[in-house]
Write a protein that binds this ligand. Structure first.
Ligand code: GDP
Length: 470
């Protein structure tokens, strides 16, 4: 690292986060619309995942809370967080999660108490909840800045911006444009005509046209730099968010951009892997999406019962199919065009593929499969139940002595074998006997001898459940 001296202060990098529907997007839109220079530029707003207003860089991408956890050289890339809490609803589960991110990363934050224009707003309740969460508002003698705002009327927005600037001054965020480049990717996608496009925020150093840099291990020969106002730039310095063309592949959100090639950063969103716990089954999936933003938005919508074996931006590849086959996973793809031969390959390998251009359809399909996995009998009608009370052997064939306790069980029925309250095997009724007679069915209150096919290694006191799919 060089000892290049700072020449000025850099704008703070701000992440806005909070519970869904509390107004993050509206607040960011309102703040952006206060920008006079943008209006003067003809109102051409480029969505690049972040923007600068009044010397503040706001990250404006669906990654929100994740940007608190991303770190470079040990520090979070977020300098200041704005926690949006709707004054009509107060602190909600996701608000608490955000507070955890803030605490864990020790990030200074300001509470934007939003929706103050609504009748149901109750600021005192929110402040009380903040006290309970360990963040006493300044007006109660604590340290936490709480600003009442309305993303609808614009009330309090100026005050919020002032407070962010004040906090930034205290942080003394020095600018080092002469140091080696260090930037991080906030959004990326594959553009049909232009190839990989990524937005990044420079933290230190300067990115210049023609530079050769790496996003982790992905090479970029910088072909174009465009800012949030749609202007082409020759270079971008500290805290500047820009869109960059020239990457060889689509880089992952969270990856570091430096002059040297490096191994993927541990916080890069594409590299997050979880250990699979066989005793705690999860729905295994391979997830593909058109852009990093939607990929992450999708991931955040899944419950803990979903295990992402692999994920990525772009169409389904043969590699995804082979990985799904070996990993016993299904492939879900949002808004990508998968070549026919890949779909054929999946079919041949009996890999399930679900594609949609509607995000909600993907989430719904996954949720219903999770439900089915946790509650395997959710789409079944129970026809009968019995307990295995004895075991006989005739001609080396094991026969279960069943006492039918509910409904009736018929030859050919599909059967779950349940042990200690858990379904452990599925089979079918092969044959039923009463004494020496071969019978078709057994009813509640009667006993019988039963054989199953495929073979199951039943034990005394196992329960058999006969069912129909509804
Ligand atoms: P996000 O999920 O946190 O990004 O929330 P959105 O910005 O999408 O807002 C959710 C809903 O609340 C939308 O219908 C907004 O129009 C509305 N909303 C957001 N902020 C305000 C506000 O200050 N006042 C009122 N009345 N409605 C708001």
């Amino acid at each position: 690292m060089t000892s290049a001296q700072p020449n000025t202060f850099r704008p703070p990098i701000v992440t806005v986060m909070g519970h869904i529907d509390h107004g993050k997007t509206s607040l960011l839109d309102k703040i952006r619309s206060t920008d006079v220079t943008r209006r003067e530029a003809g109102g051409i707003t480029q969505h690049i995942g972040a923007y600068q207003v009044q010397g503040i860089t706001f990250i404006d991408t669906p990654g929100h809370a994740a940007f608190c956890d991303m770190r470079t050289r040990g520090a979070s890339i977020t300098d200041i967080a704005v926690l949006v809490v709707a004054a009509t609803e107060g602190i909600m589960p996701q608000t608490k999660e955000c507070i955890e991110h803030i605490k864990k990363n020790d990030i200074p934050f300001i509470v934007a108490m939003n929706k103050m224009d609504l009748e149901g707003a109750s600021p005192d309740k929110v402040k009380g909840q903040l006290v309970e969460a360990g963040f006493t508002p300044e007006e109660y003698g604590g340290q936490t800045a709480v600003v009442p705002v309305s993303a609808k009327t614009g009330q309090g927005i100026d005050k919020l911006l002032e407070l962010i600037k004040l906090n930034a001054e205290i942080l003394e965020l020095k600018s080092y444009p002469d140091r080696p480049l260090q930037a991080f990717i906030i959004e990326s996608k594959l553009d049909k005509s232009r190839g990989p496009v990524a937005s990044l925020i420079v933290q230190e150093g300067t990115l210049n046209l023609g530079d050769q840099v790496y996003a982790d291990d992905i090479l970029c020969k910088v072909k174009a730099i465009v800012d949030d106002k749609g202007q082409s730039l020759k270079s971008a310095g500290p805290s500047t968010p820009v869109k960059v063309l020239g990457f060889e592949l689509v880089p992952c959100v969270g990856s570091l951009v430096t002059p040297e090639k490096r191994l993927p950063s541990p916080t890069s969103q594409c590299k997050v892997k979880y250990e699979y716990d066989e005793d705690n089954p999860k729905l295994k999936i391979i997830l593909k999406a058109d852009v990093e933003g939607t990929l992450e938005a999708l991931k955040r919508s899944f419950s803990d019962d979903v295990y992402i074996l692999s994920e990525g931006v772009g169409a389904i590849t043969d590699n995804d199919v082979f990985m799904a086959e070996t990993g016993n996973a299904q492939i879900f793809a949002f808004n990508v065009n998968t070549p026919k031969q890949i779909l054929k390959l999946a079919e041949k390998n009996q890999v399930k593929v679900f594609q949609s251009k509607i995000i909600y359809e993907i989430i719904e399909n996954i949720q219903s499969q999770v439900l089915k996995m946790l509650e395997p009998t959710i789409d079944e009608t129970i026809l009968g139940e019995g307990i295995i009370k004895a075991e006989f052997k005739i001609d080396k064939v094991r026969i279960a002595g069943i006492q039918c306790t509910k409904g009736e069980i018929t030859k050919g029925d599909q059967i779950h074998l349940k042990r200690d309250g858990k379904i452990i095997k599925d089979t079918k009724v092969e044959g039923i006997r009463h004494g020496k007679d071969i019978i078709d069915k057994v009813k509640s209150g009667s006993d019988c001898g039963m054989t199953f096919k495929p073979y199951i290694d039943f034990k005394l006191n196992d329960v058999i459940i006969s069912y129909n799919k509804t």
